[in-house]
Design a protein around this ligand. Structure first.
Ligand code: FE2
Ligand code: FE2
Length: 211
């Protein structure tokens, strides 16, 4: 049976990071669209949508890093598959948000390598706490992302049907990821950790809105 060496692991980590940050992402599911409602946006609305979708794209860059790190950190092959399956769905979100950014004429965050590295480190820390807390971290992250996406549905221009369709589908998917992690045997995180995560997310979303 082939064994995975430290070099294989390092190459896999580098490959995942480079693909997320620099390759054109491909979705396995069709991007949610509302074909009957053509999107006509003013310059101001376009700029607002671009900033909000940049934040969501950063969230998906982080999701790739978190799931990759947590898959790497667990010794349970079933749980590793769980993380990798979720990561594939997050890959759709990454592709949809990047495509939407391109169509809005907006750029991804310049700090994406930094966001990826930070999230990867956080994912490794979570996995060191053991599988059930690592799953608890997924539950909390996905719930916070779901709540964050709900606020974006309030703030996105009402005429931007395309961004809204993507965000609505992502919100449903994140809620499902939280339920799946719960079902897989998560332990709830302590309240101070949840608060810390919310504060870190606030910093990330505020910075990514602009840079
Ligand atoms: Fe996602
Ligand atoms: Fe998710």
């Amino acid at each position: 049976m082939p064994t995975t060496t430290a070099l294989d692991q390092a190459l896999n980590i580098a490959d995942g990071a480079l693909r997320t940050l620099f390759a054109k992402p491909h979705a396995s599911r069709t991007c949610p669209t509302v074909p009957s409602q053509a999107t006509e946006l003013s310059a101001e609305d376009k700029s607002l949508s671009g900033a909000l979708m940049r934040v969501n794209h950063v969230g998906e860059v982080c999701a790739q890093a978190l799931y990759a790190a947590q898959a790497l950190g667990t010794r349970d092959p079933v749980l590793r598959m769980h993380f990798l399956d979720a990561s594939r769905e997050e890959g759709d979100h990454l592709a949809w948000t990047k495509d939407r950014l391109d169509k809005l004429g907006a750029r991804p965050s310049l700090l994406n390598p930094l966001w990826y590295a930070g999230a990867f480190g956080l994912g490794l820390v979570a996995s060191r706490l053991g599988d059930s807390l690592s799953l608890g971290f997924v539950v909390e992250t996905e719930r916070q992302v779901e709540a964050h996406l709900a606020t974006h549905l309030e703030h996105l221009p009402t005429g931007d049907h395309e961004s809204r369709a993507i965000v609505a589908q992502m919100k449903d998917d994140e809620a499902r990821h939280a339920r799946a992690a719960e079902k897989a045997g998560s332990t709830p995180l302590p309240a101070p950790v949840r608060l810390l995560m919310r504060s870190a997310a606030k910093v990330m979303t505020t910075v990514a809105y602009r840079i």
